[in-house]
Ligand binder design. Sequence first.
Ligand code: NDP
Length: 308
Amino acid sequence: MNEPVLTLADLADWNRPGTHLAVLGHPIKHSISPPMHNAALAELAKEDEAFADWKYHRFEVHPDDLPKALEQLFAAGFLGVNLTVPHKIIAFDRVARVSPAARPIGAVNTLVRQPDGWHGHNTDGHGLSASLREDLEAELAGADVLLLGAGGAARGAAVECLQRGVRSLRIANRTAANRDALVAQVRALAENISVIGVDPADSSQLPPGLLVINATSAGLKPDDAQPIDLMIMPGPRAVYDMIYNPAETRLLAQARSLGIPAANGLGMLVHQGARSLQHWIEAATGRADVRVPVNVMRTAAELALAAH
Ligand code: NDP
């Protein structure tokens, strides 16, 4: 399954039959969402032929063209849209409504067609907590979390930590000013949860038993330095790296060598996608009981990554 890369020109006279979904990105070439979602739709169609004409496409869209793309997709009758880098933040101000849970994140990754326009949701946080549970048997509720990073993914993860009721949240980042800005934003939402900016090189700021979540891009390239040296940490409980390509970053390799439970971000990608699909199915059918085949999505995602 190798879905063609579509552009806005393909929307101009869109009259393909069926129910259409899409992911928009810039660049979009490496997204594994299309094979993952189309595998899920094929599986759902085995049980219910209503899904047989559902199709998930990928569109290369420049950020300047995003507003036009969203209008055209709506006019063409698309049921739903996923947004990836750099569209999640731009779309936030461009939709008819943002779900209450997504508002503090300031970014949306899932748009659902409604009569008054696109409604925006953010399923990344669900993806993170579902993957922590499935891959590390870790719950955010009551956890002491060390979050690495201060970009979009870190902000979403921080809001999820608050919404799930962590006991404490420490945030570290390469650029201290960005860390401090995120700490201030998160504290304003935190009510009774302690939110602390820390220096990842200072072990005195890192108590034992921390759940470490890497939300930096450090590790995407093979020669990237690790965002933290686990050797200086007194007994972290587990390490989660949102990066899934490569499958094992230096951080994860070090965790494994030290015997610390560790997982990459593929499960997060799969679960955010599954939750998006659930939103679309519910909007189209009114049914909340349709079980999205998460395992099929994970297998398809693994195969697509292996093929890259
Ligand atoms: P942003 O560009 O918004 O933020 C990047 C963050 O990484 C910043 O905190 C930046 O620090 C830090 N950083 C970048 N390079 C380095 C480096 N060499 N060393 C240390 N820190 C570094 O990116 P996102 O927040 O959107 O994404 C972050 C990561 O999360 C990406 O790897 C992305 O693939 C992954 N991700 C995974 C998802 C999943 O489903 N598994 C979903 C979303 C994201 P500074 O402030 O100093 O610049």
